[in-house]
Design a protein around this ligand. Structure first.
Ligand code: 2AM
Ligand code: CA
Ligand code: CA
Ligand code: CA
Length: 263
């Protein structure tokens, strides 16, 4: 298969899906809760996932699809081509703000990320990368990240980190909040990965993410020299949920060694 053709195809689908989402803002959304009252999903999350799946199943027979809203395949392995799709990452922002959400897509082959895409729909900004070929924001190459220190770092993380929880010791997190330059919480894992990749923030971490939240972003982040693992420092499996951290290597290692103590 011609990889450049696959890249063009994926980008065209993403742009078309983005147009559909922007257009949908003129209509009233149907909003439902999933696992809990604040875990939201709309008709557009479902429609956009189905839009991708219909096209991929027709044009790339044999490729598997892993999508948040469950219209894709139930996968036990990552053999062959697998499209990991989050049709709207940051659904709460989509509903409340009509911005700060993204389409997140990773195309993997035999468990290795080949293409990554994050589309900031309202800003018409497409972050993309092909493994080994660098990362782009629209048509501009994204420079490789320079190293930084904790004291100059802005860290993306969720406010739930400061609530005592069963995953991580609070003591290290309190020290972290004091030691870093700033903390940000954007509410879209995919956009936070895009921001780490472009140096707008220096790290992003989460206690629970799924493959479709990070698949595209990890391909992009690795192309600019960032490292992504779970909070134990282990490689990501992209099958099932896990903890997550992404940052350039020195910062990643320092965060795990000095601030994140798993219970
Ligand atoms: P989503 O908007 O696609 O659900 C919010 O901090 C980030 O965490 C978003 O990227 C959100 O993705 C993701 N997330 C993953 N699991 C979630 C859950 N159960 N409830 C809310 N957000 C979740
Ligand atoms: Ca969701
Ligand atoms: Ca998501
Ligand atoms: Ca989603």
């Amino acid at each position: 298969m011609e990889l450049q053709q696959l890249d063009r195809y994926a980008k065209a689908l993403i742009k078309e899906a983005g147009r559909k989402i922007r257009h949908s803002l003129t209509y009233e959304l149907v909003i439902e809760s999933k696992a809990d009252a604040n875990d939201l999903v709309t008709n557009m999350d479902k429609e956009i996932e189905q839009f991708f799946i219909e096209h991929i199943r027709k044009d790339y027979v044999g490729h598997a699809i892993l999508g948040e809203e469950g219209f894709g395949d139930d996968l036990l392995s990552l053999n062959g081509y697998v499209w990991m799709l989050d049709p709207i990452d940051g659904t709460m922002n989509f509903i409340h703000q009509q911005r700060n959400f993204a389409i997140s897509l990773g195309i993997f082959k035999d468990g290795i990320g080949v293409f990554g895409y994050i589309y900031d729909v309202m800003n018409d900004e497409l972050y993309s990368a092909q493994k080994g070929h660098g990362a782009y924001l629209n048509d501009e190459p994204i420079p490789v990240l320079e190293s930084t220190t904790i004291s100059k770092a802005i860290i993306g993380m969720n406010a739930s980190w400061v609530v005592p929880n069963r995953h991580i010791e609070n003591e290290g997190l309190i020290r972290l909040v004091k030691d870093v330059r700033g903390i940000r919480s954007y509410g879209s894992a995919a956009l936070e990965l895009a921001y780490v990749s472009t140096g707008r923030i220096d790290a992003y971490m989460s206690m629970r993410l799924s493959p479709w939240d990070v698949a595209g972003g990890v391909v992009i982040a690795e192309e600019v020299g960032a490292v992504a693992t779970n909070l134990k420092g282990q490689p990501l499996k992209f099958l099932g949920q896990d903890t997550f951290i992404v940052a350039r290597k020195s910062l990643h290692d320092s965060l795990l060694a000095n601030y994140i103590t798993l219970k």
